[in-house]
Design a protein around this ligand. Structure first.
Ligand code: 6R9
Length: 785
């Protein structure tokens, strides 16, 4: 190894930093060092480790700074053998640190077969780089280094660009992420008094953006649209805020929002924030039962909804769903006094809307009567901003709680840098505000930057599959942020839907929600996904636009691992490097940090401002789920591989969460819906590869004794799931199971079910520990029945 010197630039922290002066970003020719030298240097340096302990950047070609042409990231080999990182982690039965068993860990083959893509680097164009906010790896590293070594200073400088009624206390951040040292606590800018609505709207108006378009709204039907300037947005937010105050909503009270992508959705979010109320948006694709579960958990003062919405050619009667949910809540002793209903005339008439006098109020009848100014409720940076329920490993959704100050600073900053935002941009994120992406990157992040945001009510394939590009041309969208599932579904329809539009306004593309290579363990995914990435890049972006593949979670509030377009070459399918202030680490099953090229569990060391602070009403579950598995770290639930160049490749969830079209669904949620069916005795759900959705839902169902299999029953089981969770959680396949493969202690062996579901029958592995090994053959025999 020592005889094989490689070009190595410079190292950060526990590596050395030859070749590049960090502070002044002076560029020197790359330095040749042997891997042995690297090892020695590493050992003689500080033990303070960061992601950069594991990779280094070097530069080849002439020149540096903004004009860099080719940045090559190389890592000195740490001598890892291939087998070390092509590791199967299914053997992990329990978490270290006494966090208990991991029931039914999902199969993940970490890092498998990604190697072929590692060498495909896509370089930003010189033009792009020249104008980029972070135009070079040097600039990034300079900023990153500061964000890690002096997080307080780094974030305080950024926070100071926002309006604070009163500055935060001495300490910018106070945290304990180590369960062994006591309760988990994360606080940023505590004592700082601010308001995120003020910073999103009023502050921008004061800065002269009053007449700038804040929201371009595009309705479901072609030609149905609207706009709001920042001043108009303020008026509407104030009117709703005044109304909410009038009906008794106070600081700290919860408000449930169950709305489609109307302008009223961001308006409602901002109105709640303005008066210090805590919004909890429930995605308008969730069923009445899911909605009532969430209402009962957070006991809102009001529910905001609309009568109906058109999704493509279909009418969805949202008010009926809310009525059913509220009736269910009432039965359980939880009553909601006010249901503010937006009259969405394009979808349904008032006369056809079912109504409960006294509780239901038409938005248009009351809101316009309120004053267009409304006093701000100034709140502490650590006061809650919103609750967002997300799926976990159990049937009960988790109420992820985000607070105000840190979330504000973090979403604004991640938005700005990951999309290389410029004031002239028109930005469109296709996510619904019912998911975290819509919170952070439809509403808060962009508005905090004074951006013009497109909000689209309809479906991407209506009236045809060219709709997205039609919208891009219509509003001259420059930044387009979407999910791989949407890209895959449009790609199937053919290039002609794309190429008939100009799309020439586009300059940055973004992706979120799932690995662009959903997982590497099936040939199909291997062939298909890189193709998709190429399609997105070549056809949609005309090979001009950098793609930001942003990895993050509901819990993280904002981007965690993401390209900064223009700063470094990308590798299709990799989320690349950590955002400022984020220290991702990859650990093995014992919680030992792995260095260099490796695969394992993705954790984060130290907090970042956008981190969630607790699970609503259940801090213990917060600690157990996220901080006990690997003491000292936040555990993401994702597997990750870091390649020899330090790029991060997300390999999917390692817990019982599946990712269907970018929607997080707990297998346990689907199972409990299935077993609520009177004829279902038992169910086990696993994720399988799905061409469009990324992952599909595959359910093994055992029926009550004597009940025959039938098509009707299959339909009725699927309907039960649609009813209990929502259409997006409907199983793609019901596999009849006379029994389930269980260990003698009664645990279902999902590893085997996954192999059967994906028809990898020669990889079933050892079935001898099953209580009844014969069940496997029975399941295989029933696979296609
Ligand atoms: C923002 C969001 C989070 C889970 C996360 C991971 C997956 C998100 C990804 C990605 C690979 C990306 N995920 N972005 N996987 N590459 N760029 O989606 O939040 O709904 O909470 O889902 O989504 O598995 O753990 P959320």
């Amino acid at each position: 190894m020592g005889s094989n010197p490689r070009v190595v630039g410079w190292y950060y922290n526990n590596f050395c930093l030859p070749g590049l002066g960090l502070g002044g970003a002076t560029y020197k020719a790359p330095v040749l060092v042997s891997t042995n030298q690297v090892k020695q240097q590493k050992h003689s340096s500080s033990s303070f480790a960061t992601p950069f302990s594991s990779f280094s950047l070097s530069f080849s070609g002439a020149g540096g700074g903004a004009g860099f042409r080719r940045a090559v990231v190389v890592m000195a080999s740490s001598g890892l053998k291939t087998s070390n990182y092509l590791r199967h982690v299914e053997s992990l039965k329990s978490f270290p640190s006494g966090a208990g068993n991991i029931p039914q860990l999902n199969a993940v083959i970490l890092g498998e077969a990604l190697a072929s893509e590692e060498t495909d680097r896509v370089y930003p164009s010189e033009d792009f780089t020249r104008q980029a906010l972070v135009p070079s790896p040097e600039k990034y590293l300079e900023m990153y280094k500061r964000s890690i070594e002096d997080p307080a200073g780094f974030w305080a400088d950024i926070a100071s660009q926002f309006y604070w009624k009163q500055k935060w206390d001495q300490e910018v951040c106070s945290e304990n992420l180590d369960i062994r040292k006591g309760n988990i606590k994360i606080e940023w800018f505590k004592g700082g008094i601010t308001n995120i609505c003020y910073n999103c709207v009023d502050r921008n108006i004061e800065a002269g953006l009053g007449d700038k378009i804040a929201i371009y709204w595009e309705g479901n039907e072609l030609g149905v649209d609207g706009t709001l300037t920042y001043s108009q947005l303020l008026h509407q937010v104030c009117q709703l805020a005044n109304y909410l105050k009038d009906i008794g909503v106070k600081k700290g009270d919860a408000v449930i929002i169950y709305l489609p992508m109307l302008m009223e959705l961001p308006i409602a979010m901002l109105a709640c924030a303005r008066i210090g109320a805590v919004h909890s948006i429930v995605f308008a694709g969730f069923s009445a039962e899911s909605l009532s579960q969430r209402i009962m958990d957070c006991k809102p003062k009001a529910v905001i909804t609309c009568n109906a919405v058109m999704r493509g050619p279909k009418v969805i009667q949202l008010k009926d769903i809310v009525d059913a949910a509220l009736a269910d809540c009432a039965k359980n002793g939880i009553s909601v006094d006010v249901c503010l209903t937006y009259d969405n005339q394009s979808a349904m008439t008032r006369e056809n809307t079912k109504w409960q006098e006294g509780r239901d109020i038409w938005w248009q009848d009351v809101i316009p009567k309120y004053p267009t100014t409304c006093e701000i409720e100034w709140v502490d940076a650590e006061d809650p901003l919103f609750l967002l329920y997300t799926s976990g490993s159990t049937g009960k959704p988790k109420g992820v709680l985000h607070t105000t100050g840190g979330y504000m600073v973090y979403t604004a900053t991640t938005f700005k840098y990951a999309f290389d935002y410029k004031p002239s941009d028109v930005y469109w994120c296709t996510a619904d505000c019912g998911w975290i992406t819509g919170h952070s990157y439809v509403t808060y992040g962009p508005l905090l930057n004074g951006a013009a945001v497109v909000v689209f009510e309809g479906a991407p394939n209506y009236p045809d599959s060219g709709r997205c590009w039609d919208i891009v041309d219509k509003y001259k969208v420059t930044i387009f942020y979407t999910a791989p599932t949407l890209v895959r579904s449009l790609m199937r329809e053919g290039d002609q839907y794309v190429t008939r539009y100009s799309r020439k306004s586009l300059r940055v593309l973004g992706s979120v929600g799932e690995p662009i290579n959903p997982s590497a363990w099936r040939l199909l995914a291997l062939l298909f996904s890189p193709l998709m990435q190429e399609w997105f890049y070549n056809v949609v972006g005309d090979a001009r636009c950098p793609i930001s593949d942003t990895w993050w979670q509901t819990e993280t509030g904002g981007f965690m691992i993401t390209p900064l377009p223009g700063a470094w070459p990308q590798k299709p399918g990799s989320a690349t490097f950590p955002f400022f202030g984020v220290q991702p680490v990859i650990v093995d099953e014992k919680g030992v940090e792995l260095e260099g090229e490796c695969s394992g569990y993705l954790c984060v060391k130290s907090s970042w401002p956008g981190a969630f602070r607790t699970l609503y009403g259940d801090h213990e579950r917060y600690e157990t789920t996220y901080f006990k598995p690997f003491a000292g770290y936040y555990f993401t639930g994702d597997g990750c591989r870091r390649d020899k160049d330090g790029y991060h490749w997300l390999t999917g969830r390692v817990d019982d969460v599946i990712n269907v079209s970018g929607h997080r669904i707990g297998t346990a949620e689907v199972e409990s819906a299935l077993v609520s069916h009177p004829q279902c005795a038992e169910a086990a759900v696993v994720g399988i590869e799905h061409e469009v959705k990324g992952q599909g839902i595959y359910a093994f169902v055992t029926l009550v004794d004597g009940v025959p299999y039938s098509k009707e029953l299959r339909k009725s089981l699927i309907l039960t799931v649609r009813k209990q969770i929502g259409a997006f959680a409907a199983p793609d396949k019901i596999h009849w199971a006379p029994g389930l493969p269980k260990t003698r202690s009664g645990k279902i062996m999902r590893r085997i079910l996954r192999k059967i579901a994906s028809r990898q029958l020669d990889e079933l592995g050892d079935t001898s520990t099953l209580a009844d090994p014969g069940i496997v053959d029975q399941l295989i025999a029933l696979a296609d029945s």
